[in-house]
Design a protein around this ligand. Structure first.
Ligand code: GLU
Ligand code: MG
Length: 470
């Protein structure tokens, strides 16, 4: 559930109590052998960027933030830089303010703690390119205007490869079959250390399992308010990478580690709540949904073609977004339908009031999780505001629907390339409006930069270009 504390923008000098709290915290951290704090955010391209500070500087960071250029908002995954009207210039500086409430000691990286940041200008104003700030604002508006709060979780899939250098070919670290018992044994020590590290960091893991693709695993975690869920998704990936490295493995969260076959998804789970009641359960609409939950799902479905520019932001995302690979590439919904872009999860009898949610599948881990959640929530809320009707559900694989029937039922294939997704995004004024002009322009410029960066490359080379970037 939303904590109101999450909704407070940082201010120069810190909020009352912040500096005292950070001073006490840095003493405790030093006592636990923590030498440095990683200040973490995710750029528009979906790449995690950091600064680090010595633990003794935490109070100063809580008061005044830490400097970092806004130029990273228009970095590409290959670290080249594009520009918009306001971003991408070598001028200016921002302040990174750690969220002290989210600071954790990194169990997989002894000597380090980690905290997500919000970025503000040197004048103490919100930075319009800060995706974490955007998500905080969207969540706060939803509560103020609609009385709706959210719970969210990001599923994480990744491939484990042999070797310590994350640059060349991918050689799977396990040989067992999909979901196979032997994979669990092959990587048992590493995965036990991962579970221990996540538990030590307060991450509530639901499941960890061997997945379908070569060397692939998946972890699912408990739902939190959306900002915390996005923070957690970054933290979990940081932990997976660090623990794997200590075992001599490399990991890839890229949408398509290899050009062919099943990719890495980053499915979003989302439920809307009012006054402590789950709107996806106990209602009089299909599968127990309330009218608002149906309209929320309909709003997401309607904007999915444009949303893919946010949720599937890499040229490699479109190697993953192929029919019949459980990535959900049609604008369709169904109950527990793994080929529909929106899967209605009712939960099992007895747990429904807690567990019912909707899952959005055409999302990968190249996506900035703050931006992806902001976009999906904005789309759903637009559905609620407009009372959008949820169409007929789809049973089975929408790829098998005859074209005429798919057309009649409004089942559309999602964009098959980043260029198509950008065209949809450009045309969607509601979505661009929800992001604001600075971020919307950054999304367009960065995606166009990625498209140019892979011009003329075949699928194998596109997969290789992004394999070790996320
Ligand atoms: N790997 C699939 C994807 O790319 C998802 C598999 C699953 O349903 O867990 O989305
Ligand atoms: Mg999976």
């Amino acid at each position: 559930m939303t904590r109101l504390a999450d909704l407070t923008d940082p201010v120069p000098g810190g909020h009352p109590g912040d500096v005292d709290r950070a001073t006490a915290l840095s003493g405790e951290l030093a006592g636990q052998g923590v030498h440095g704090v990683v200040l973490s955010y995710v750029d528009t391209a979906g790449v995690g960027r950091v600064k680090t500070i010595p633990t003794a500087k935490l109070a100063a960071a809580a008061a005044w933030g830490v400097g970092m250029s806004p130029v990273f908002d228009t970095f590409l995954a290959n670290d080249s830089i594009v520009t918009t009207d306001v971003l991408g210039s070598p001028d200016g500086d921002l302040r990174l303010f750690p969220d002290l409430g989210r600071l954790v000691v990194l169990a997989g990286q002894p000597g380090w703690a980690w905290a997500p940041v919000d970025r503000v200008t040197q004048e103490g104003e919100r930075h319009p390119g800060c995706t974490r700030t955007l998500l905080r604002r969207i969540v706060a508006d939803a509560e103020q205007r609609h009385g709706i709060t959210f719970k969210a979780a990001v599923e994480i899939e990744w491939a484990v490869g042999q070797g310590t250098r994350a640059d060349g070919e991918f050689v799977p670290a396990v040989s067992g079959p999909a979901y196979g018992a032997s994979r669990q044994i092959e990587l048992g020590d590493c995965m036990a250390d991962l579970l221990a590290a996540l538990a030590a960091q307060g991450v509530d893991v639901d499941q960890l399992h061997p997945e379908y693709a070569a060397g692939q695993f998946e972890v699912s975690v408990g739902a939190l308010d959306p900002v915390a869920a996005a923070d957690r998704s970054v933290l979990v990936r940081q932990t997976i990478r660090a623990v794997a490295q200590r075992h001599g493995f490399v990991v890839s969260f890229a949408p398509a580690v290899l050009a062919e076959g099943v990719g890495n998804g980053g499915h979003l789970h989302l439920s809307a709540w009012r006054d402590g009641t789950n709107l996806h359960s106990g209602g009089d609409r299909r599968y127990g949904m309330t009218a608002e939950a149906e309209s929320f799902a309909a709003g997401v479905l309607a904007r999915l073609p444009a949303l893919t520019a946010v949720t599937a932001p890499s040229p490699a995302s479109y190697l993953r977004l192929r029919p019949s690979q459980w990535a959900g590439v049609f604008t369709a919904w169904g109950r527990e339908t793994r080929e529909a872009a929106v899967r209605i999860v009712t939960g099992t009898l007895g747990l429904r009031d807690q567990a019912a949610n909707l899952e959005v599948k055409p999302v990968d881990l190249a996506a900035n999780p703050y931006l992806a959640l902001a976009g999906v929530i904005a789309a759903g809320l637009d559905g609620v505001t407009s009372g959008t009707a949820l169409p007929e559900e789809i049973i089975g694989d929408p790829a098998r629907l005859p074209a005429e029937e798919a057309g009649r039922r409004g089942v559309r294939r999602l964009p098959t390339s980043l260029a198509e997704a950008v065209a949809e995004f450009r045309a969607d004024t509601t979505l661009r409006g929800a992001l604001g002009p600075v971020l919307a322009d950054a999304v367009i410029a960065v995606r166009e930069g990625e498209i140019a960066a892979v011009a003329g490359l075949d699928d194998e080379r596109v997969a290789a270009a992004y394999r070790w970037k996320y």
